[in-house]
Design a protein around this ligand. Structure first.
Ligand code: ATP
Ligand code: SF4
Ligand code: MG
Length: 394
C-alpha cells in the first residue's frame, strides 16, 4: 500500500509541468484539427479494401490527464467488413469504448485526442472520410444517419422529460428536414413496430419511466436505427438487462442488422454474447489489439495467452469445475506502460524472448492475427503497433 502510494505520488512541481504541457499540446492539436477541417483533402481518403465499412489504421487516442498521458488506445488496427458483426472484447478499461468514441468523434475534448493513425469510414462512392480530421458539421450528419450508437444504460440514454414519440421523431426530423409531420410520425410508429413494441400508439405518448428496462432498450435501438445507418455501434447493449431480455434484444439487433444491410460493432466483456452474434472478434488488452480473427478462430483456436485465459475463465454449460479460472495479476498502469509485452507480468507462458520489445503482429491466416512471441516461427511477422511520442506533438 505504502509502495503504491509512493509510485503514484506526483510533486507539485511535476503536476504544474504536466498541466503546462497538456495545455500547450491540446491547444496545438485543436488548432491543427481546425485547420484540417477547412481542407477537404485532409479528411478525404480511400478505403484500403472497399468491402470494409470502417478501417482502424494504427489509431492512437490519448487522454492528457492531470497525472500524465493515458494511452487509452495505442496503435489499434482492425476492420469492420460490410454486412458483418465484429465483436470487441477485453476487460474493463482496455479501451473498447474509447475506440468507438474515437470513431464517433465523441471524445471528451480537449483532454481526449486522437493523436495518430487514420479511421477510414466508407462513403460508398469510392472515397472515405478520415474521421480523425472530419469537421464537426459533417460528423453531425454522419452520426445517427450513417453511424449510430446504442449505449449500455437505456435509462440515461433517453431524456426523462420527453415522450418516447418525440424522442424518435426528433432524430428522423433532424436527418430528413423535408419530411412532413405525418410522415415522421408514421416512420416512428413503424420503428416501434420493428423493435417489437406491441402497444406502439400507447408507447408513443409515454415517458421513459413508464417503460421496463427491456422496452427502454428497444426504444434506444429504434432511435439508433431510425435512419437506417450503415454501421451500428452497440456498447454493452445488454449489460443492464436480465438474461431472457438480453437474448431477445440480441436477436432483435441481429435481425434488424440483416434487414437494414448494416454492420454491427458489438462491444462487450461477455464472451457468450460475442459467440452468439459475431462474425469476427477483436480482443483488446491495455489499449492494444492482442488478437483478432473470425469467431471460429478465436473461440476454437485461441492463440494469445490472454485470449486463452479469457476462454478458460468462461463457465461452460454441462462442464463441472471446482473453481473458475482467474487470470492472475492486473492490467499495468495506463500512464506508465512497460516497453515489453503488456501481458508479460500476468502471462503463464512467457519465455526469454518476452522481455524484448512489445511483440509484433503475426499473421497466422488471412483473417487470424496475434501479437505474441510464441507465434513468430508459425506465421508471417508483420509490424509492431506504433505509439506516438507525445513530446513530438509540440
Ligand atoms: N475522459 C477520460 N479521461 C481520462 N482517461 C480516460 C477517460 N475516458 C477513458 N479514460 C481511460 O481510458 C482507458 C480506456 O477506457 P474505456 O472506457 O475505453 O474502457 P472500456 O474497455 O470501455 O472498459 P469498460 O468495459 O469498463 O467499459 C481507461 O484506462 C480509462 O481510465
Ligand atoms: S509475448 Fe510472451 S509474455 Fe506476451 S503474451 Fe506472448 S508469451 Fe506471454
Ligand atoms: Mg466501456
Amino acid at each position: 500500500m505504502a509502495e503504491n502510494k509512493k509510485s503514484s505520488y506526483i510533486s507539485g512541481k511535476e503536476s504544474r509541468r504536466i498541466t503546462r504541457f497538456n495545455r500547450r499540446v491540446t491547444k496545438k492539436l485543436e488548432k491543427e484539427r481546425a485547420d484540417a477541417n477547412k481542407d477537404p483533402k485532409l479528411y478525404t481518403t480511400a478505403m484500403k479494401d472497399p468491402d470494409n465499412i470502417v478501417e482502424f489504421d494504427n489509431v492512437c487516442t490519448y487522454f492528457f490527464s492531470d497525472v500524465g498521458v493515458v494511452r487509452a488506445v495505442d496503435g489499434v488496427n482492425f476492420n469492420v467488413p460490410k454486412h458483418s458483426t465484429v465483436g470487441i472484447v477485453g476487460e474493463s478499461g482496455c479501451g473498447k469504448s474509447v475506440t468507438s468514441l474515437s470513431l464517433m468523434q465523441l471524445l471528451a475534448r480537449p483532454a481526449g485526442q486522437t493523436v495518430g493513425g487514420e479511421i477510414r469510414f466508407n462513403r460508398g462512392d469510392g472515397t472515405a472520410y478520415n474521421i480523425v480530421n472530419t469537421p464537426n458539421a459533417i460528423m453531425e450528419k454522419i452520426r445517427g444517419d450513417q453511424i449510430s450508437m446504442i449505449f449500455q444504460e437505456p435509462m440515461t440514454a433517453l431524456n426523462p422529460v420527453f415522450r418516447i414519440g418525440e424522442q424518435i421523431n426528433e432524430v428522423i426530423e433532424l436527418h430528413n428536414p423535408g419530411m412532413s409531420e405525418a410522415d415522421v410520425k408514421a416512420r416512428t410508429l413503424e420503428m416501434l413496430d420493428m423493435v417489437g413494441i406491441a402497444n406502439k400508439e400507447g408507447v408513443y405518448s409515454m415517458y421513459p419511466h413508464e417503460l421496463s428496462g427491456g422496452m427502454r432498450q428497444r426504444i434506444c435501438i429504434a432511435i439508433a436505427l431510425a435512419c437506417s445507418p450503415t454501421l451500428i455501434i452497440a456498447d454493452e447493449p445488454t449489460t443492464a438487462l436480465d438474461v431472457t431480455i438480453q437474448a431477445q434484444i440480441l436477436d432483435l439487433l441481429q435481425n434488424l442488422k440483416d434487414k437494414l444491410n448494416s454492420s454491427i460493432m458489438l462491444i462487450t466483456h461477455d464472451l457468450g454474447v460475442v459467440a452468439g452474434m459475431a462474425d469476427y472478434v477483436v480482443v483488446m488488452y491495455a489499449g492494444r489489439v492482442v488478437e483478432k480473427g473470425t469467431a471460429d478462430e478465436i473461440f476454437h483456436h485461441p492463440c494469445h495467452p490472454y485470449t486463452i485465459g479469457l476462454m478458460r475463465s468462461k463457465p461452460v454449460v454441462g462442464q463441472k469445475v471446482d473453481e473458475l479460472y482467474n487470470i492472475p495479476g492486473s492490467v499495468p498502469n495506463p500512464v506508465a506502460m512497460p516497453d515489453y509485452c503488456y501481458f508479460r507480468d500476468r502471462c503463464e507462458m512467457h519465455c526469454d524472448r518476452c522481455s524484448g520489445k512489445y511483440p509484433a503482429e503475426v499473421r497466422l491466416s488471412d483473417t487470424h492475427v496475434v501479437s505474441c512471441y510464441r507465434y513468430y516461427d508459425e506465421g508471417e511477422v508483420l509490424g509492431q503497433p506504433k505509439s506516438v511520442n507525445v513530446e513530438d506533438l509540440l
